[in-house]
Write a protein that binds this ligand. Sequence first.
Ligand code: PMP
Length: 462
Amino acid sequence: MPDTTTTPTPGNAIRDMDARHHLHPFSDTRALNQRGARVIARAEGVYVWDADDNQLIDGMAGLWCVNIGYGRQELIDAAVGQMQTLPYYNTFFQSTHAPVTRLAKAIAGITPGDLDRVFFANSGSEAIDTVIRMVRHYWTLKGKPYRKLLIARENAYHGSTLAGASLGGMGHMHRQCDPMLPGIHRIGQPYWYGEADGLSEEEFGLQRARELEEKILEVGPDNVAAFIGEPIQGAGGVIVPPRTYWPEIQRICRKYDVLLVADEVICGFGRTGQWFGCQTFDFQPDILSMAKGLSSGYLPISAVAVGDRIADTLTEHCGDFNHGFTYSGHPAAAAVALENIRLLRDEGVIESVATDTGPYLQSRLRGVIGEHPLCGHIEGIGLIAGLALVKDRQSRTFFDGDVGTVCRDECTAAGLIARACGNRIVLSPPLVISREEIDAMVDRLRIALDRTYARVSGLSDA
Ligand code: PMP
């Protein structure tokens, strides 16, 4: 990207104001302000344009969320129509309204098994906080208030509220807000390429799942409330578990009566080629959290769907569940989410991910960059993929420095928004991406890899 900070462009005024007044999430404010923020001005389909009119393919669908793509008039109309009729009302104190009720029914219709009752919040993090409060409350109602412990994984991401960050396995987040929420235990992640040490994928999947059983026995089965995991770890770098992993996790949870929670904030709404990642990986959660693709990011909304076991217990018990948010089930957000689900369904978007664009992306990535000297391993399914950057393919040696960020910046320079997660580059484009746009995305990634290779091999400072 050209340095535009000294040229008088529309972006500069925004950049200056931004530097003065805006504290960004997950950012080194000083470094950000020195370089100047990229001002995104508009978007359409799978493309975004910055304020200087540079076009970029949004290979990350915003933050893994704009599943239906940008610029859909139907979602705009749904928001406007709902705001004209009822812009806000709450769902506390004996009240409800049509959009939230219809949305709850629509979610019940697409979630697998008996996940038919839905609690609403506004972000993935709030959904995760809701999960924690719900499972603890559930066990208390069941007469087992000692079942309080939660088990999660290393390198998991479950949000940025105190509870979400505590449940997540990101050390750099823990270090900044220590002490974290107590009562959380952790097992290893199913990262075969990086951690398997010679085991086959199948063996490693079972081995990592069985760490759950060991942990349950270590802390005492009667003390464990729930196990939570993302079907595919997203922010951890798109870690796709071996096929053996989730069925074994499910078996262990059932054996010890531990609730199984799927955090589908990224995988939900078609990312893996089915409505939910648990369907792709063949397990049935007791609780499922969702956000992002629920409204394709057009308005903030999240939800927690629960099965009969939990819903019946909450319902039969006399007394309030003392939890909720002012904007739980916000009418405009609910109307947008409902329309988004309709579009995903009626336009066959998820079927295309399963049978056409998903397999196409996966094979193009392997065909075009699979043999690149920086490419250690590509994993992915549907329209989500992660690429491990390595110094040496043969010995699977990783770089010491921050090669991910170098490559991410080269992607931007080549006209592609990708994301770096440590030494991994990840992609998660809008689900409406065409084959031609996939070609362009992969070609730009290839250019970025070549330039990164030149830089890290000391061949060029470009
Ligand atoms: N869970 C998962 C799996 C996520 O990927 C994220 C966000 N990337 C969250 C929870 C938190 O969502 P939010 O940022 O909307 O709070």
